[in-house]
Design a binder for this molecule. Structure first.
Ligand SMILES: Nc1nc2c(c(=O)[nH]1)N[C@H]1C(S)=C(S)[C@@H](COP(=O)(O)OP(=O)(O)OC[C@H]3O[C@@H](n4cnc5c(=O)[nH]c(N)nc54)[C@H](O)[C@@H]3O)O[C@H]1N2
Ligand SMILES: Nc1nc2c(c(=O)[nH]1)N[C@H]1C(S)=C(S)[C@@H](COP(=O)(O)OP(=O)(O)OC[C@H]3O[C@@H](n4cnc5c(=O)[nH]c(N)nc54)[C@H](O)[C@@H]3O)O[C@H]1N2
Ligand SMILES: [Mo]
Length: 762
């Protein structure tokens, strides 16, 4: 359980012995056999399995150990020897299980058999797969298709994801929200308008050739630690790595390469970030406007003096649209406003602009610090504008790099798990499988939550995920979730969204990607797509946790067969027997990306899904890369933070969690141990509010809409972050997040700027 918070200042580097020690502790706790260590050696390697943790690129040739502390934790977590068998669930009622913490629920181990909730005993009891499918099918047939929601957390393979979206559409709905809706959807909405593709343009080759790296709102050492290799290599070449983050994230300061035993014994570690700019939350837009403004002014001056211009005018002329309007809009912002809104001084921004202007090739990385704001979409577009000014897209060593979260979130969207019908090749699927696909827009994650709360949604399927923890508006959502007619959870472990359940509730336990998936034609291989659009084969290698588990593919097929009339053009059983056939269907649906899918994915290093922007082919409305003008410099233009005492709450991850999966209570890099029920505060704010370190306070959302949102008993932790903002952990702080507080266009919950008040306990 989360207990009293203990501060242990972190002075070490990320990587190195610290992570090896942390890993050893995890392996021990999970009761690991040597086979786990063997499994780790196959992680992210050709012929092995692709990590189930983050989506970072898998280099070829790989490092000796192509895994990090967190990837190893995720592997160990799935391969745990702990099991939740039917006796475990027979011993206690579901209501009694609610007393367990989120950590304890998952820690209890792998689910081993399909279970159905029995209202008479209030217990999950074993049920046969066939009976489960029959009953779920019957329930689905009885409701209008748009009353069901098919959520996917970004872990399932491309093959399973393709089957899942096809099933939902054959059933009659585009209600296919996924984790991306809470994550990089701001990116997926922003990029097509400006560069004509929804994904990043950078590959690992660009890291080798770059001269400058900008990082906005991405916590590499915690959330994509394998990327530290690329950053470390760049830092060694003297490449400036300029980091923008309100929090001091120590893991990005210094790094010891744990792949290099010599360095592990040496005392020296190397710096990663060369500069750290601690801006205000949501201050990125203003900071970028400031940098653009400097470039424009300096460029004008240079041209006047006959010096080399700073803007790549040839590129702007040949490839872009809207430069003049953009330049005019940027020049309208004066320095006091830029400084006040970014929280950075003009001198600090000049330092960045100078380095950026001196670099031939620049690439920009970003994460949730940009996307999870009301202005998330516009801010991503502003970052692209900054790159376009110097021709930094579609050139080796340069580009835009959204760092994706879940290991296959990018892949799932690219095989059309999407609520937006215009993004899926519906005509082609209709032709291939002889049906009229639904054309009505489906619900995204926030809309799904709204319709669960209003009662319009009657059934929720989760292909992974833990929505009552990961979504906003927890108080209302939990209550409404219990009123659902049906909850169907395809899952590996037990979580909160399974205990708070519908009238008809099923837990359908599936294989993990690390496990051997034996089907009619033998062990199967699946595929996933990383953050750099490379698609890799992945083959499980451990014996399944239980003989009763089924693959996600087999579970989806079982439900589909029980729900839909038989279809001569679609043989679900054949697909389950041989995943090659699913890949053939994917390739036939969209050959431009997936031709010769099976052959190419098996090549060492995988294959790259076509990315026209990388080749400077702009599939936008203007046929060019577009400069778009931001409406405002504000993080949240509609929500004027007025009055004293309102603070901006940033919710973040620790390095002892994967989203709602809590491995433990230690946040080593931030030096916060023993509890996650904390609020990180600037010492000046603490003084102003008269708060002591470790004092317990309550947090309430500072919005006026007649909903009371509160989290209680949070311990105050002094931390290096700007005045006026505080930070806490996701998912503990989610009850404070109003459902309507999301990015305007993408509906990504604005989890990085929640207006809150701190209330002292009497
Ligand atoms: N170990 C581990 N790995 C993970 C995950 C995990 O939970 N644990 N989750 C996975 C998933 S799904 C995702 S999406 C990624 C998430 O990875 P990240 O994108 O790194 O996500 P966060 O930790 O939410 O926050 C990122 C950083 O943004 C900073 N930030 C907050 N507000 C602002 C702002 O206004 N401006 C700027 N510039 N910075 C800001 C925060 O201080 C934090 O350091 O990681 C993936 N990998
Ligand atoms: N306040 C706040 N809220 C946030 C965020 C934030 O930064 N702040 N981040 C958002 C982001 S970026 C994301 S991606 C979402 C994530 O939100 P979700 O997708 O809802 O949550 P996860 O924690 O990733 O899902 C974990 C569950 O997936 C299941 N699972 C694990 N492995 C497998 C598998 O192999 N197969 C199947 N079928 N199931 C499996 C297990 O039951 C596990 O409990 O949360 C979002 N919510
Ligand atoms: Mo994510």
């Amino acid at each position: 359980m989360s207990g009293k918070v203990v501060r242990k200042e972190f002075h070490g580097p990320s990587g190195g012995w610290g992570s090896v020690g942390a890993l050893g502790a995890i392996l021990k706790r999970e009761g690991h056999a040597p086979s786990t260590t063997l499994a780790l050696r196959q992680q992210n390697k050709h012929g092995g399995f692709m990590c189930i943790s983050c989506a970072w690129a898998k280099p070829h040739p790989p490092h000796v150990f192509e895994f990090c502390e967190n990837g190893a934790k995720a592997t160990a977590w799935d391969l745990t020897s702990e099991k939740i068998d039917p006796e475990f669930l027979a011993r206690q009622s579901v209501t009694a299980l609610e007393a367990l913490s989120d950590h304890e629920l998952e820690q209890a181990g792998r689910l081993t058999e399909p279970m159905r909730w029995n209202p008479e005993t209030d217990r999950y009891e074993p049920v046969s797969w066939e009976e489960a499918f029959r009953h779920i099918g019957e329930e689905l047939q009885a409701m209008p298709p748009d009353a069901a929601v098919f959520y996917a957390s970004g872990r399932a393979s491309n093959e399973a994801a393709y089957m899942y979206q096809l099933f939902a559409r054959l059933y009659g709905t585009n209600n296919l929200p996924d984790s991306s809706n809470m994550c990089h959807e701001s990116t997926s909405v922003a990029l097509p308008k400006v560069i004509g593709v929804p994904v990043g343009t950078v590959t690992l080759e660009d890291f080798e050739k770059t001269d400058c790296i900008l990082i906005f709102g991405q916590n590499t050492a915690t959330n994509s630690p394998r990327m530290l290799h690329q950053l470390d290599e760049a830092a060694q070449r003297g490449v400036p790595i300029i980091n923008f983050n309100p929090l001091r994230e120590r893991g990005l300061e210094r790094f010891v390469n744990p792949q290099n035993p010599l360095q592990m014994v040496a005392t020296g570690s190397r710096r990663i970030a060369s500069e750290d700019h601690r801006l205000r939350p949501g201050g990125d837009m203003a900071a970028m406007v400031g940098i653009c403004r400097l470039l424009l002014d300096w460029d004008e001056e240079a041209r006047r003096k006959g010096e080399v211009p700073l803007i790549d005018h040839a590129f702007v002329e040949a490839h872009t649209h809207g430069f003049e309007d953009f330049a005019r809009a940027v020049r309208k912002h004066d320095w006091p406003a830029i400084e006040q809104r970014s929280g950075l001084t003009r001198e600090a921004l000049e330092s960045v602009a100078r380095q950026y202007a001196a670099a031939r090739n620049t690439l920009a990385l970003f994460g949730m610090g940009l996307t999870q704001h009301r202005m998330g979409v516009e801010t991503v577009q502003m970052l692209v504008a900054l790159l376009l000014l110097r021709g930094n897209i579609g050139r080796i060593g340069a580009g835009i790099c959204p760092v994706r979260g879940h290991s296959n979130v990018q892949g799932q969207r690219a095989v059309w798990i999407t609520e937006k019908p215009e993004l899926a090749p519906l005509d082609e699927m209709g032709r291939m499988f002889g049906f009229e696909p639904p054309r009505k827009k489906g619900v995204d994650s926030v809309e799904a939550a709204g319709k669960v709360i209003s009662g319009e949604v009657r059934a929720v399927f989760q292909l992974g995920g833990n929505l009552v923890r990961s979504l906003p508006e927890r108080h209302l959502l939990e209550r409404a979730w219990r009123r659902l007619r049906m909850t169907v959870m395809i899952t590996t472990k037990l979580n909160r969204s399974h205990l708070i359940h519908g009238e008809v509730a099923y837990l359908l336990p599936c294989l993990s990607r690390i496990e051997i998936d034996r089907q009619a034609t033998g062990p199967q291989t699946v595929s996933t797509e990383d953050s750099t659009s490379f698609i890799h084969a992945s083959r499980g290698l451990r014996e399944p946790a239980s003989p009763h588990l089924r693959s996600e593919h087999a579970i989806i097929a079982g439900i589909a067969k029980a729900t839909l009339p038989s279809n001569p053009k679609l043989d679900w059983d054949a697909w389950v027997g041989d995943y090659e056939l699913i890949r053939e269907a994917i390739a036939a649906t969209y050959p431009e990306w997936y031709a010769e899918y099976s052959r190419r994915m098996r090549e060492p290093g995988g294959f790259h899904r076509a990315n026209p922007a990388r080749e400077r082919e702009w599939r936008t409305e203007t046929g060019r890369a577009n400069f778009l003008v931001p409406d405002s410099l504000e993080a949240d233009p509609d929500l004027r933070i007025s009055g004293s005492g309102v603070l901006d709450l940033i919710t973040v991850r620790s390095n002892d969690q994967f989203n709602t999966t809590i491995y433990g209570y230690d946040d080593r890099f931030r030096g916060i141990h023993g509890s996650r029920d904390i609020v990180m505060m600037n010492e000046a704010d603490m003084r102003r509010l008269g708060l002591q370190p470790e004092e317990r306070v309550n947090l309430v959302a500072a919005v006026q809409d007649n909903v009371h949102r509160e989290v209680r008993d949070m311990q105050v932790v002094p931390f290096e972050l700007p005045e006026g903002c505080v930070a806490g952990y996701y998912p503990e702080c989610n009850p404070l997040l109003p459902l309507w507080h999301h990015a305007k266009e993408s509906h990504v919950p604005a989890a990085k700027s929640i207006p809150v008040r701190i209330v002292r306990q009497a």
